[in-house]
Design a binder for this molecule. Sequence first.
Ligand SMILES: [Zn+2]
Length: 398
Amino acid sequence: MLFQPDANPRGLVPGWVHVEGGSILDVGFGSAPARADLGGDDSCIFPGFIDAHVHLPQFDSIGVAGLELLDWLNTVIFPAEMRWGDPGFAAAMAERATDELISFGTTGFAGYGTVHAESVREAMVQVASRHVRAVFGPSLMDRNAPPELCRVASEQIEALSGFSTIGRVEPAVTPRFAVACSPELMTQAAELARARGWAIQTHLAETRAEMALVASLFGGRPYAQVYDECGLLTPRTIVAHGVYLDDAQRDLLRRRGSVLAHCPTANRFLRAGAMDRDAAQVRGVRLALGSDVAGGPDRSMVRVARAMVETAWSVGHEAPSGVECFRAITRGNAEALGWNACGHIAPGFEADLVVTRPTLGLAEHPDPLGGLLHAWDDRWIEQTIVGGVVEYDVRWRV
Ligand SMILES: [Zn+2]
């Protein structure tokens, strides 16, 4: 079975995929050829999952509970990120984290590094070696963080301007958040992104304490407006969270064409609050979905999508269907990141695929994608194909 969200309400169609090189050469509907390389009659094949917001340097910090965002950054995350001062450590950790993501079916992501430019470049090499599609960059910071993690604005921009695309990994301009970035740093970052056409990623309106701090640092101006005045809101900008936006700020995001990455597992884990996805959707804001590891403890994008449903229920809203959830973490996130040949099983698309063998009976199931979403079991993932290459096979786990 192939995940085809627009084919029918069930979202699944019997069929097969022919991969050649890094692309999908052909897609057939009906019975699979007798001699398939992967999968078979009881398999479900999805496009590779895409994570629109993740921090690779935080993979060893998952699960430290009980702290508010700003305390958690200071006591858990910043010390962890200091370890990326060693490029060898950063490269090894990026390799590990990338392999973890692939084992959960993730074949593309928008990722944050640390402030250490050379280490992040080494990390990019590791991500690219697994054929993953990514935007990835050093987290830019020049204030309100430990001195070891702050750099002079112009030096960070100069270092980043020396970056280039490696394999399928494109540099991303990543001012961490307004608390840790001076207006000078954010303005220079926006100018570099505009000159290169690179993606921009940052955090926006995640917690009440952060909102109060940004208001005090920027004379009470609305948080989204702070970014806009620095030129950071573009159609290639992904802002994560947006829990505490008002309609005026949602309208500003819509006018700029920027993407709001909803991170429901992170909002729950750090007890930030429940993001009102409906309100953003009604105002026409482009939406994506992210794990925000390690703010979010779960690396599986399917469980992040399930948390999106549970968050919608918790605030009394209509929740996306199973088909819509799987679409959100595949083609939806691809479109949000501007990856137009990604996230869909069709000829000419990039060959990022997750081959699963669910133990749930799907043939007679009234809502197969809902069943898969809510009962999701990572043991169902048999292979993850990234850029046409099998980068994970369950049989390798012994
Ligand atoms: Zn984050």
